[in-house]
Structure formats: structure tokens, C-alpha cells
Design a protein around this ligand. Structure first.
Ligand code: DC
Length: 225
């Protein structure tokens, strides 16, 4: 019997811990990992580098088409300006349509994948084997992102980081197409008081239980937990 891909969808707001969790979970479960936010950031960076703006829908869609794997490693993807532009291009349906196929293809290849983003459990992979919705309170998320940026040498205040997160959250959750929201069948994980090891333990318990269900990809030989 051909091996079936086991797919985990993780959604949540910026700096909720979903990226850290997704990476660790993929590694612990023998699955590949895709940070879908990087696709939107790479689209935004290509657009900005070409002198375009997110108001130019056709240029933004062309930028999404042009994204190649090497773009996903550009250190400028983490810049605040790129993050804001990513949130803006992510509201363009044509951009989302281009990136949707790429994400689904990634998930479909055995042994499967952990993909994190905003609309993975609701739109990209509505049939995912496991859906997690990762949250943390706003002050905690701002503190985490501020520490991350400071460690990289960026000089930005905690208040600025908090305002930037607030704006992005509002845009990501308020847009008409594929807004950030919890899928009805997603399991919530509040990471406000969890360190990365505790987050991973919580997620592994959920994934392990699903993979053990007869008929799931566990029986088809996917990397065991
Ligand atoms: O997760 P992140 O901060 O790297 O994402 C950057 C932006 O991309 C975010 O503000 C919203 C958008 N995004 C999205 O709309 N859908 C996804 N699945 C992932 C990210």
C-alpha cells in the first residue's frame, strides 16, 4: 500500500509560538516543515525589491509566481517592513491562489508535513490529520518578538513591536479572504505560560493520539513518534 502523507496544520497570530512549535514537532515526528508565512514574506520582498507596492495586485501576483526556494532563506525576510508588506500582499486573493497550490503540493508528499500559518486548517488543508490553533496573550507575544529582534541587533522599542503586531493581527484576522481564525476542529494551545518544551509535549500528545488511530497514516508506515 502506498504511504499516505500525515499532515499537521498549525495556525495562530504572529509571535504566538507556532513557528517554534511547528519546527520542533516536525523534527520530533519525522515530518517535513513549511513556514507558510515565509512564502508571503518572500512574495513581499520580491515586490519591494522590484519597486512595487501591495496596491499593485498584478505585480504582487507576479511576485508570488516568481518566488523560488532560494528566496526563502533571505535574512531580510524578518525585517519589520517586509512583515507589514507580507500582511498586505496576503490580503490579495490572486497571491493566495498562487501560494495555495505550492503549500498543498508540499503537504501531499510522503511522509507528510507540519505547515504553520494563518489559514492552514481552514483553507489550505481542511482535511489535515491534526489541526492546532496556537495563541498567547498580546503582551507575551510582543515580548517574545521584541527579544527575537533585539537578539538580531534591531533597535526597536517594545511599544513599537506591540503596535506592529496589533496592526498585523487586525489585518490578518479582518481580511475578506482566508482570514486568521480557528478551525472548528482545531485543538487550541495557549502558550502564554508554556516554554518550547512544554508546547512540544502538548502537541506531541495530540499528534500521537491521532497517529495511533487505526486507518491513519501510522499504519501506512509514516515516521513514528
Ligand atoms: O507568520 P508570519 O508572521 O511570518 O507571516 C507573515 C504574514 O503572512 C502575516 O502577517 C500574514 C501572512 N500569512 C497569511 O496570510 N497566511 C498564512 N498561511 C501565513 C502567513
Amino acid at each position: 500500500m502506498p504511504e499516505r502523507a500525515f499532515v499537521v496544520a498549525i495556525d495562530g497570530p504572529a509571535a504566538s509560538g507556532k513557528g517554534t512549535l511547528a519546527r520542533a514537532l516536525a523534527q520530533a515526528s519525522g515530518l517535513r516543515h513549511l513556514d507558510s508565512g515565509v512564502l508571503y514574506r518572500a512574495t513581499a520582498l520580491r515586490l519591494l525589491d522590484a519597486g512595487g507596492t501591495p496596491e499593485d495586485t498584478a505585480a504582487a501576483a507576479a511576485a508570488a509566481h516568481a518566488v523560488v526556494d532560494a528566496d526563502l532563506e533571505d535574512p531580510r525576510l524578518r525585517n519589520a517592513a517586509v512583515a507589514q508588506a507580507a500582511s498586505a500582499v496576503a490580503a490579495i486573493p490572486e497571491v493566495r491562489a498562487v501560494l495555495l497550490e505550492r503549500q498543498r503540493a508540499f503537504a501531499a508528499a510522503p511522509p507528510g508535513a507540519v505547515i504553520d500559518g494563518r489559514d492552514i486548517g481552514t483553507v489550505v488543508l481542511p482535511d489535515a490529520d491534526v489541526k492546532l490553533f496556537v495563541t498567547a496573550d498580546e503582551a507575551t507575544r510582543a515580548r517574545r518578538r521584541h527579544a527575537e529582534l533585539s537578539a538580531k541587533g534591531a533597535s526597536v522599542s517594545l511599544d513599537e513591536v506591540r503596535e506592529e503586531l496589533r496592526q498585523r493581527d487586525r489585518r490578518d484576522a479582518g481580511r475578506a479572504v482566508a482570514p486568521l481564525r480557528q478551525a472548528a476542529d482545531a485543538v487550541p494551545i495557549d502558550t502564554t505560560n508554556l516554554d518550547p518544551a512544554a508546547m512540544l509535549a502538548a502537541a506531541l500528545a495530540i499528534v500521537g493520539a491521532r497517529r495511533a488511530v487505526p486507518g491513519s497514516s501510522c499504519d501506512a508506515g509514516a515516521g513514528g513518534l
